[in-house]
Design a protein around this ligand. Structure first.
Ligand code: PEP
Length: 263
C-alpha cells in the first residue's frame, strides 16, 4: 500500500451531554487549553460532536473567534428533506459548517435499530452534502466470543461503505461495543489487528489509494493513560472518545498524546 501521511484525529462524542451554553464554554476552554499548551492542530486534528441543538452556538464561536477545533453532528438522516419528524438533514449540518458526522454509532444501532443498510444510506447522505462520515463499527461481547474480534466489524464496514462515493473522504471508527463506557479498553494489539482488517475492507471497496489515506480511529474507554499505546499502532490514526471527551483536561491530554508517547 502506498505510503501516505494520515493526520491523526482525536474526536469527542459528547452524546446527550452539554447544552448550547455549556458547549460554548467547553469549546472555548478546550481551545485555550490546547493553544496555551502550543498544540499544533495541523499535526493532530481535534473535533467535537455536540448535540444538534448546540451546533449553531459552536459554529458561531468557532467561526467568530477563528478557533482551530472542528465539529460535526452525531447522526444524519438518510433523507435530504421532507416528512421525517425529528430527523436532521445533511444539508442542515453542512449549512452549519459541520465537517464531520458520526454514523452507525453502536447506541444508534442498539436503541434505534439501525441496520448496516441504514448506515450505508447515511454514508451516502453525508457524501451528498460534502460531510465526512465517521463510520462506527464494532462487535458485541457475544460477537467476540462467537466470531472473534474482526468478523463482525469487517462485515458491517463492507455494507456501510456501499453508500460511499468514490473519491470522497471517510473516517472509520472501530469501537468494540463491550469497551464503550465500560472502562475496559481493548488492548492496542487487538485494536490494531481489527483496524488492519478494516483497512483491507476500505481497499476492497474504495481502492488502495483510499485505504492508504483513510483514517481509522479506535474508540472504547480511551483516556489519557492509554491513548499513546493505541497511537503507536500502524493502522490506528486517532480515537473516538466518549466519556473522557467531557472532561476538559483529560480530553486535552488525549489530544496531546504525543507528549506522553513513550511514558
Ligand atoms: C463512544 O461512545 O463512542 C465511546 C467510545 O465511549 P467511551 O469513550 O465512553 O467508551
Amino acid at each position: 500500500m502506498a505510503a501516505v501521511t494520515r493526520t491523526p484525529l482525536i474526536a469527542g462524542n459528547w452524546k446527550m451531554n452539554l447544552d448550547h451554553l455549556q458547549s460554548i464554554a467547553f469549546v472555548q476552554k478546550l481551545s485555550w487549553t490546547l493553544s496555551d499548551a502550543r498544540h499544533d492542530f495541523g499535526d493532530v486534528e481535534v473535533a467535537v460532536f455536540p448535540p444538534f441543538t448546540d451546533l449553531r452556538s459552536v459554529q458561531t464561536l468557532v467561526n467568530g473567534d477563528d478557533l482551530p477545533v472542528r465539529f460535526g453532528g452525531q447522526d444524519v438522516s438518510a433523507h435530504d428533506e421532507g416528512a421525517y419528524t425529528g430527523e436532521i438533514s445533511g444539508a442542515f449540518l453542512a449549512a452549519l459548517d459541520c465537517r464531520y458526522v458520526i454514523v452507525g454509532h453502536s447506541e444508534r444501532r442498539q436503541y434505534h435499530g439501525e441496520s448496516d443498510e441504514d448506515i450505508a444510506a447515511k454514508v451516502s447522505a453525508a457524501h451528498r452534502h460534502g460531510l465526512v462520515p465517521v463510520v462506527c463499527v464494532g462487535e458485541t461481547a457475544e460477537d467476540l466470543e462467537q466470531h472473534g474480534p474482526s468478523a463482525v466489524p469487517v462485515a458491517q464496514l463492507r455494507v456501510a461503505l456501499g453508500g460511499a462515493r468514490k473519491g470522497s473522504e471517510v473516517v472509520v471508527a472501530y469501537e468494540p461495543v463491550w469497551a464503550i463506557g465500560s472502562g475496559q479498553a481493548a488492548t492496542s494489539e487487538q485494536a490494531q489487528q481489527v483496524c488492519q482488517a478494516l483497512r483491507a475492507v476500505v481497499a476492497e471497496v474504495l481502492g488502495d489509494e483510499a485505504a492508504a489515506a483513510t483514517r481509522i480511529l479506535y474508540g472504547g474507554s480511551v483516556k489519557a493513560a492509554n491513548i499513546a499505546g493505541f497511537m503507536r499502532e500502524a493502522d490506528i490514526d486517532g480515537a473516538l472518545v466518549g466519556g473522557a471527551s467531557l472532561q476538559l483536561e483529560e480530553f486535552a491530554s488525549i489530544a496531546r498524546y504525543q507528549k506522553h508517547v513513550g511514558t
